[in-house]
Design a binder for this molecule. Structure first.
Ligand SMILES: [Zn+2]
Length: 247
């Protein structure tokens, strides 16, 4: 075993981190062609809370953004009618997408009953592949909610099966219970789009936005402190990603 002192390790990792951050912050919206962005999320609201400011920036640059939700926010599905809950959550999701100038899409699973098996991997890959994404976003897999962990696996598998042909980023939905152990490699400043992100999150009226937006705001302010912005959203870029950078 090759032993390395803690100081060397820390110094090395800090230098690498600083270089990564500087690189991340220096990347502008570096393409003039129209991109397809697919942001996957366990429930209506997850992409908006985790990366709504970044989604708005992509849309403002003229890119097409799809929010692909694993379920429609049904309650007690599948024991009860699949429409229960979705009658409220789907209109909220459509309103949020309208605010962010994104398009909603639904993978058809049930809230709290996520299935990850061979058939689900295949089904989800087909949905993602049909969108032909240039950039794919997914939940970070270390998360307290099983639906978030499930869609993280489904999205990652889809990216692998598609030959890693697009950029792949993990995002965080931190309220102290969901995303944990998240060490960002990239940041997007969201001060210019925070008001639209807020409006999109508040479109999810049934989901206690006063409580959850306040928590998510703490996260974006902290990520801003980390990266030198007033407010920022943070991401982990898969090192084998192809192509495009953040907006
Ligand atoms: Zn969720």
């Amino acid at each position: 075993m090759h032993l390395i002192s803690r100081r060397t390790l820390v110094a090395g990792s800090l230098a690498a981190r600083a270089a990564t951050n500087a690189f991340a912050q220096s990347q502008p919206g570096s393409t003039t062609s129209k991109l397809k962005i697919v942001v996957t999320g366990g429930h209506p609201g997850d992409p908006e809370y985790g990366c709504g400011g970044t989604i708005a920036r992509y849309a403002d640059l003229g890119h097409e953004v799809v929010l692909l939700y694993l379920n429609r926010g049904e309650k007690s599905c599948p024991e009860k009618s699949p429409n229960e809950g979705s009658d409220v959550r789907v209109p909220e999701a459509r309103k949020a997408c309208e605010i962010l100038r994104a398009r909603p899409a639904f993978a058809g699973q049930c809230d709290g009953h996520a299935i990850v098996d061979a058939a689900s991997y295949e089904e989800f890959r087909k949905l993602v592949e049909a969108e032909k994404p240039d950039v794919l976003f997914a939940h970070w897999p270390i998360d307290g909610h099983r639906d978030h962990r499930a869609i993280s696996m489904l999205a990652y598998d889809a990216w692998l099966r598609m030959g890693k042909k697009c950029a792949f980023y993990y995002y965080e939905v931190s309220d102290g219970e969901d995303t944990l152990m998240f060490l960002p490699t990239h940041y997007v400043a969201i001060s210019g789009t925070e008001s639209r992100k807020r409006a999109a999150c508040y479109a999810h009226v049934s989901q206690a936005p006063d409580k959850f937006y306040a928590l998510q705001s703490q996260v974006t302010r902290f990520r801003g402190l980390e990266s030198g912005y007033a407010q920022a959203e943070a991401f982990i870029r898969h090192p084998q990603s192809s192509g495009h950078w953040l907006p």
